[in-house]
Design a protein around this ligand. Structure first.
Ligand code: ADP
Ligand code: MG
Length: 269
């Protein structure tokens, strides 16, 4: 099938090993994947299958032992400081536990502005102010994107529910106007009742901002709703890959079949 939108993120035959007291542990083995621009992409697999490691390679926080990871054709977070900052603005992470990822001593306004302080704000660097939103307007805009009121700016993370905290974490990821969000089990720490709200929020943001979303999840019902493409990892290897609807209706591996069979609402055909 032709692919009108090319890959924004790619892994080509990537392996990752670490050495420990018991010798070399291979976490990822020959992983290849291709994330299309503007699409949502799921990485699925049991705990320990290498999902978080795969994301850390795409974020440029760790390097592959062999193989290649590419963001727009270049290794992530590579080059001079300005290039690394531009990459970090363009590719933002969202973590599982919004309490751990938000410094409890900082007010929401300061938390939201933090990525701009670290990574710079190309908007602010442009000389004339004409028409350009102020810093506060940027923060308010990010909050509105995640359906929180302006007054949240003056409050602290502990004053919010888990779902609201994850909204704040997502707003902070949006503040640099990223083109890609890498979300590592973004709803698994939340109450069942708020999970779907956050999933739908991510889906809306992805569509409205034309962002690419890579989401790690072990919940196939969420993946089926949200993600066009999927890879399934088992023990650091890709055992299934393709369009989510194709993989879920006709998986290549017994492992994926077992995952599907564990979810009553999915087609069992
Ligand atoms: N820095 C590291 N040192 C040693 N082992 C690691 C390291 N990072 C990950 N691992 C191991 O690699 C495996 C996969 O980890 P991870 O990528 O976190 O999997 P997942 O996110 O799918 O649960 C696990 O067995 C984990 O203990
Ligand atoms: Mg993980």
């Amino acid at each position: 099938m032709s692919d009108p939108s090319g890959p924004v993120l790619e892994a080509i035959d990537v392996s990752k090993s670490v050495s420990g007291p018991e010798g070399t542990l291979t976490i990822l083995r020959g992983v290849s994947l291709s994330v299309r621009e503007g699409e949502s992409f799921a990485i699925v697999g049991a705990s320990g299958s290498g999902k978080t490691t795969a994301l850390s390679l795409m974020l440029g926080l760790r390097r592959p032992t062999s193989g290649t990871v590419l963001f727009e054709g270049r290794p992530p977070a590579s080059g001079a400081r300005d290039a690394v900052h531009a990459f970090r603005r363009a590719v933002q992470p969202v973590y599982q536990d919004p309490f751990a990822s938000l410094d409890p001593r900082q007010r929401v306004d300061s938390l939201l502005a933090e990525p701009l302080r670290w990574l710079g704000d190309p908007d602010a660097a442009r000389g004339d102010r004409g028409g350009r939103p102020s810093r506060r307007e940027r923060l308010v805009e990010a909050l509105r994107d995640v359906e929180l009121e302006d007054e949240a700016l003056l409050r602290y993370p502990h004053e919010f529910s888990g779902g609201q905290r994850q909204r704040i974490a997502i707003a902070r990821a949006l503040i640099t106007r990223p083109r890609v969000l890498l979300a590592d089990e973004p709803v698994s720490a939340l109450d069942l009742s708020t999970r779907l709200d956050i999933v739908r929020l991510l889906a809306r943001l992805q569509a409205e901002h034309g962002m690419t979303l890579v989401m790690v999840s072990h919940d196939l019902s969420i993946v089926a709703e949200l993600c066009a493409d999927i890879v399934v990892l088992q023990g650091g290897r890709v055992v299934d890959a393709g369009r989510t609807s194709d993989v879920l209706s006709d998986p290549a591996s017994a492992y994926t079949r077992a995952l599907i069979d564990a979810v009553p609402r999915l087609p069992q055909a």
